[in-house]
Every structure is written in C-alpha cells, then in structure tokens.
Design a protein around this ligand. Structure first.
Ligand code: ADP
Length: 258
C-alpha cells in the first residue's frame, strides 16, 4: 500500500513538474529532481524492507526486539508519508493548482495560524518566543498557506537552535507597498555559500545534517513557493553560529476606505 501510494504520488508530482517546466527546456533540472526524489524515497524504503525481511524470516524471537523493529518501520513509514505529503503540497502550489483563497488577511491572523502549528511541534520543551506584530498590517491572500509558511520558518528556528539557549523572535514591518514577517533565532546559523541553495528542493545544510535533525530539505522550498504564489519573496540573513533571520516580504493590502 505504501509503495503504491508513493508511486502514484511520485508520478503525479513528476508529471506536474514536467508540465510546469516544459517549454523552458529544463530537462537537466527535471533529471536532477527525479534523481533526488528517487533517492529520498529509496532510503526509507530500503530500511523498511530490511526490517520486514528480518521479521518475516523469523530471525528475531525476542518480543522486545520485535517491537523495536516494528517501531523503526512505523517511523520510516511516517517519514515517507510526511515526505510525500510535502511533495504533493509543493506540486499543487508550483503548478498553480493549489486552491488559494484571495481575501484580505491581517498579519496577526497569519501569525496566529503559524503559532497554533508551532505549539504542536514545540510542545513539552520550553521556548523563549517573542512575538511583535503590527495589528494594522494586511495582505491579500490565503491565511492558511501563509500561516504554513511562517510555521515552517518557526519549525526550522526550533530545530536549528540549542534547547538551553533557544530564543525566537517574530516581528513585522512595512513600507508603503510591502509588508514583511521576520523570524529570527539564535541558533547554528548558515554559511554564505549554503544560503544560496537552501531554498532548493531537498537541499540541506552541512551543519543541519551533522546535527542529526530530521528533515527532507523541502520546508524552505514550500515557504518560497507560497511567497511567490502571493507575489512575494523570502530572504535569509545569517552567519554560522550567530543565528538566522528569515524574512517573507509580500505586497501590502489596504482597504479602499484606508
Ligand atoms: P530541512 O529543515 O528539512 O533540512 P528546509 O528546506 O526547511 O529543510 O531547510 C533547508 C536547510 O536550510 C536546512 O537543512 C538548514 O541547513 C538550513 N536552515 C533552515 N532554517 C535554518 C535556521 N533557522 N537556522 C539554521 N539553518 C537553517
């Protein structure tokens, strides 16, 4: 079932990507993408097969050990499921099939949405979180999707900071035509050469991989796709060991009356 699900979702995503990039002559990019997806799917699948084979061949008699194998299989299936879910979300946004709402949304609503998602992942471990949002700032778009983008940034700040010293700040700002949401942390930071590639699909920083944190390298791709779908952008400022600051900039919306 897992295999069939992955194969169908993968085919959908790949076709979607080919459709989007067709005409641009980006065969090389498609190829690279296919090879990344295949690799990302194969790693957990290989591990699932190994554990299932071990159990099937009756090589383990200890019930505790059996339970441990099943737990690993469960974790790997969850990882695959999350990965495929993210790929589907990206595919929909990039091929413009995502049904985004277009309505006036206050940044306070966007950030509230993000905080609900963030509380679920940071539950149980304290976080020194400071939120300062200008209540009058608005955008025109999808509250849920924009909230997801900010939630991804918060999740990264949480992953790439140390529990003992972790501090995360969320602020907003604006000029006459734009608004922005900034997420700042005091974590491991990102070297300059990696800052160019981290928004690409499946790209992960060396320090992130060394830390053994879970991740698929799709979080920032999703943030960027959502920002672009709202005619906005996302940027990073960071130095190794000196934290990271991510800024999503979006067109400002004002009511007719304002
Ligand atoms: P993932 O977190 O799954 O690796 P992302 O696309 O969300 O994927 O991020 C890509 C990479 O960018 C991460 O692997 C990490 O190297 C770097 N990164 C993102 N956010 C931060 C942050 N707040 N602090 C340090 N590094 C970060």
């Amino acid at each position: 079932i897992v295999l069939a699900f992955c194969a169908t979702s993968l085919a959908g995503y790949v076709l979607g990507t080919i459709f989007v990039t067709r005409g641009a002559g980006l065969a090389a990019i498609q190829n690279e993408f296919l090879s990344s997806v295949s690799h990302e799917l194969r790693t957990p699948l290989t591990s699932i097969r190994l554990y299932i084979d071990t159990l099937r061949e009756g090589r383990i008699s200890d019930p505790v050990e059996t339970q441990r194998c099943l737990t690993v299989v469960h974790q790997e299936i969850t990882r695959l499921d999350t990965l495929v879910g993210k790929l589907i979300a990206l595919s929909k946004i990039e091929s413009r099939r995502a049904a985004f709402e277009r309505r006036p949304v206050a940044l306070t609503e966007v950030i509230d949405e993000a905080l609900v998602a963030f509380k679920a992942i940071s539950v149980g471990s304290g976080v020194d979180l400071h939120v300062q949002v200008a209540p009058e700032l608005m955008v025109h778009g999808d509250r849920g999707a924009l909230g997801q983008a900010v939630a991804n940034l918060l999740a990264n700040s949480w992953k790439y900071t140390d529990a003992e010293t972790r501090r995360i700040d969320v602020t907003t700002g604006a000029d006459s035509r734009h608004v922005w949401i900034v997420v700042t942390d005091n974590g491991i930071g990102i070297p300059a050469d990696e800052q160019k590639i981290i928004f690409e699909k499946f790209e992960r920083g060396t320090a992130a991989i060394d830390r053994d944190s879970t991740g698929s390298g799709l979080g920032l791709s999703i943030v960027q796709a959502i920002a672009k779908a709202h005619r906005g952008k996302v940027e990073v400022h960071s130095e190794p060991h000196r934290g990271a600051r991510f800024r999503i900039t979006l067109p400002r919306w004002r009511s007719e009356a304002a």
